[in-house]
Each structure stands twice: as structure tokens, then as C-alpha cells.
Design a protein around this ligand. Sequence first.
Ligand code: TRP
Length: 334
Amino acid sequence: MKTRVLSGIQPTGSPHIGNYLGALKNWAKIQYDYDSIYCIVDLHAITTYQDPKELRGKIEELAAVLLAIGIDPKHSALVVQSSVPEHAELAWMLTCVTPVGWLERMTQYKAKSAAQETIGDGLLQYPVLMAADILLYQAGIVPVGDDQTQHLELARDIAQRFNSLYGETFVMPATHLPSVGARIMGLDDPEKKMSKSTAGAGHAISLLDPPDAIRKKIMRSTTDSNPDVDFENAGAGVRNLLTIFQAFIEWPDEQLRSHFTGMRYGDLKKQVAEAVVSALAPIQERYRQITAERGYVAAVLDEGARRVSPLAKDTVNQVKQAMGLFTPPAPLSK
Ligand code: TRP
């Protein structure tokens, strides 16, 4: 049996080149080697208020983008978290074995709650729900960015605690994987990771941005006061542009170095912009085809939920049995 891979992405903001180069490109690549489940985590998204109409649109847009970047429904299950009720159900059982202190220590919780006047309980529970996503499918490998490794550690701690209280129930997910993806920084502020939730027109390049918007954002990106590219002394902005170019074009280091050394920033930006525009063109074309086919995305998501549902039910039944709880009655036969 193939090892199971599981990962998740929130349907907030627009998926951007940082998401693509840091994670999604790799999701598409590894789906052939593993039994993969990719989850659009809408229950995580609502830990901060989401406009209902907008949220639905974002979920469908994200699903279409994931298909456009190469997630292949023949190989991967593409699942909307809320369409499989066992995510929330397992989260409750896990909540009951999780000390509040573990949750209050999470750096993401501390950062997000600091910005909030009243802190929703969901924000505190966020990593428990993430643990449920992982443990529900007994995933062995969980590709996540550096910012999620603390949550992944917590998922292991929760699984361990459950196993020691109620008997061996959960597979331990792998803790850390060497990060394969590139770490892309904000174009307006290259000290900060490119983020979906950071406002500002010049911050991120959405995978669906039209060519002119891409060019404009890159031409205006923050660099430094050197006159031209010098690999030894390049500031964060210039290094970020080079990283973006290399991640899309996949040149070896030496080629990158000899091509760009001494190039003026204006020309560097032009070349990076054209590389991004041409790399995104086929993705955008597939996105247009996918969304033009009425009902296609909805059918893929239904199929994904149907595929994983028996796995989810099986785990929840095991957990309930271990804890002495009841499972739903069999339907009445007619
Ligand atoms: N919290 C993750 C993030 O913001 C998304 C996520 C939710 C996730 N559930 C998951 C990632 C399960 C991996 C596995 O990136």
C-alpha cells in the first residue's frame, strides 16, 4: 500500500505564486507516488469571519486553481473539509484530550489573537482541527511550510496522548520533511513571507493575475540601492526576484549567476516578469477551460468526498469504540 499524504489549504484570499512554488507545485508532483488527499479547509477559514457568499466562491475558485496547477482527480482526492462531517466530529474528541496550555503556546494563535478584540474559541481550536484532518486519514506524510511545523508537532502530541489514554489508535504523522519548495517573500516587503492575508496591491502575485498586473507588480517591487545584480551583496528583494525566476525556470545556480550578474535591476525585473507571465499562461488557460465546463469542479469535489468518506467514518468509529461512545445506527431496511 502506498503511504498516504495529506495537506490542506485555506480558501481565503487568492492563491499566489508563493503558495504555488512553496507547496502546490510539489503537491502535484508527489501525487503519483503517494495516496494523496488534498483538503480545502473551509472550517479553518471560518475561525475568522468570512462573508458566506464570498467564501463559497473562494472555495470553488481554489478547487479550480488546484486542478489547473495539475492536481489530477484520477490520482488525488480533492476534498472540501466541510463536506466530510467527520473532520469536525473527530476534532471534538481530540479537543477533549488536549490541554489548553498546549494551544495557548502556539505562535500562530498568539499572533492572530493579538489582532482580535474578542478571540473566537475556533482560533484556539484551530490546530486541533488540523490534527483531526491528519489523523482522520492516518496520513504518514504531511507536507507543510515552516510556519505549520509547530501545528504538526502538536498533532503528534495529541495522537500520542490519545493513544496512551485509549490504546493504539492513530498512526504518527511524520514530523518534519526537508522543505522542497521555494520560500517566496512579499514583493512590497521582502522581509515578510508572501501571504494571502496581507493587503496591498503590490504584495503578492495571484496565479490568476493578468499579464499586465504581473508586470506592474514586479516592476514596482522593492529592491535595494545597489546599481545592478551582485550575488554576494544582493538585498532581500533582489534575492527574492532571483528565487522566483529560478523556481519557475529551474536553471542550475551557475547558470542563474552568470546570466544575471551585473544586470541592471530594471532588466532583471523585466526578465523575471516575462518568466512569471509565461509560466502562468498555461495554468490560466487550464483554469479557463476547467471553469468553462459547467458542473465539472462540483463533480470533482463530490467524487473526492465520496472517496475519502469511508476512511473518515472508519477512523471515527474506531475512536468512538476506543472511548466507549456510540456510533450511528444502521439505516432501517425498507
Ligand atoms: N493550517 C494549514 C495552513 O494554514 C492548513 C491546514 C489545515 C493543513 N489542515 C491541514 C495543512 C492538515 C496540512 C494538514 O497552511
